[in-house]
Design a protein around this ligand. Structure first.
Ligand SMILES: CC(=O)N[C@@H]([C@@H](O)[C@H](O)[C@H](O)CO)[C@@H](O)CC(=O)C(=O)O
Length: 337
């Protein structure tokens, strides 16, 4: 084997995902213990809705509310399913993040991703690059992504993520791209577009805002990571596949916009009626009969009043909106009337 071919074999390439990655819920029992027995049910539901990737232990997965051992067990449970896995390894302690990265590589993850420490925050692109590079290079055989979620971390809000990409590129040969959830905040989509354009598309951008799927698709983003894909991947796949097959034309724009607005209505249903963070979204999966139960404190369980509002909102969504564009959604078939 020549040196060049050895290097090319050793340096991982971006995954180039063309589809949905569910930011999967972490299942707990009613007393808040990890309940890995639920993971196979989650995996089957995802597959039934056309979702074959999971982002394990992310924000929706409450990573920072889990111990390192719990996060390792969670990854191992997902690796026993048919769902491909991107393992989130970000942690407050860099040693923990590196340990999780090494564990992910040893347990069959397809890639790793990491958000930065959120308490002692990296203040510059260079500091962020050194931090993420330390995690990526702990698992040099895996594609490694920076998980950009400024709404939760407060990091990289004063510099474009492209500046970080340029700084991390020489530090981590296996750095492969950005999971970009900062679509709402300036420079958002422009920054994501510049990363996609940088060095002729060397790096991958995964969108972290499914309610902006059409915008993301329009700039060439093909991989999407989101919490809604836990229970509505079939709806979002319709948007993605219709866009890719038909394109955004005067004939298709109304339907595509309608589909995305229906998806937004589903998001608003839990965001508006349940200020309990991830618990609002978890509630829909619980309603579908998959007992992921409540998020750990400091998230507060959905109140009895909010539960009724959520259930009514979902029934209204299923009764009035879904039939507008599609025969049904799995979540609507699973939720008791
Ligand atoms: C802040 C947040 O939770 N963002 C979600 C979105 O899917 C979000 O739920 C959606 O855009 C609705 O706002 C994901 O980007 C998070 C994510 O990928 C993860 O949980 O790891």
């Amino acid at each position: 084997m020549t040196l060049v071919s050895a290097i090319s074999l050793a340096t991982p390439s971006p995954l180039r995902i063309d589809g949905l990655v569910a930011a999967v819920f972490t299942p707990f029992t009613h007393d808040g213990s990890l309940d890995l027995t639920v993971v196979p049910q989650q995996s089957r539901y995802l597959a039934d809705t056309g979702v074959h990737w999971a982002f394990v232990g992310g924000t929706t997965g409450e990573s920072l509310s889990l111990s390192v051992a719990e996060r390792m067990g969670l990854l191992e449970a997902w690796r026993k399913t048919n769902t491909s896995v991107i393992a989130h390894c970000g942690a407050e302690a860099l040693g923990d993040a590196k340990q999780l990265a090494r564990h992910a590589a040893a347990n069959g993850a397809a890639a790793i991703a990491a958000m930065p420490p959120t308490f002692f925050k990296p203040a510059t692109a260079e500091a962020l690059a050194l931090t993420i590079a330390a995690i990526c290079t702990a698992a040099p055989e895996l594609p490694c992504y920076y998980y950009h979620i400024p709404s939760m971390t407060g990091v990289a809000t004063t510099f474009p993520v492209l500046d970080f990409v340029k700084a991390v590129e020489p530090l981590a040969p296996n750095f492969c791209g950005v999971k970009y959830t900062g679509m709402y905040t300036y420079p958002g989509m422009m920054d994501a577009m510049k990363i996609l354009d940088y060095k002729d598309g060397k790096f991958e951008v995964l969108s972290g805002r499914e309610e902006m799927m059409l915008e993301a698709l329009s700039i060439g983003i093909k991989g999407h990571v989101g919490s809604q894909f836990n229970f509505a991947g079939d709806l979002f796949n319709m948007i993605r596949i219709d866009f890719e097959k038909l394109g955004l034309t005067t004939q298709t724009e109304a339907r595509l916009r309608k589909l995305q607005l229906i998806a937004v209505q589903l998001i608003d249903a839990w965001k508006d009626s349940s200020p309990a963070g991830v618990n609002g979204a978890k509630f829909f999966t619980n309603l579908a009969g998959i007992p992921v139960n409540d998020a750990r404190l400091p998230s507060i369980p959905v109140s009895r009043t909010a539960s009724k509002a959520l259930r009514d909102a979902l029934h209204n969504f299923c009764d009035s909106l879904v039939h507008v564009v599609m025969p049904s959604l799995k979540i609507c078939d699973m939720v008791p009337q």
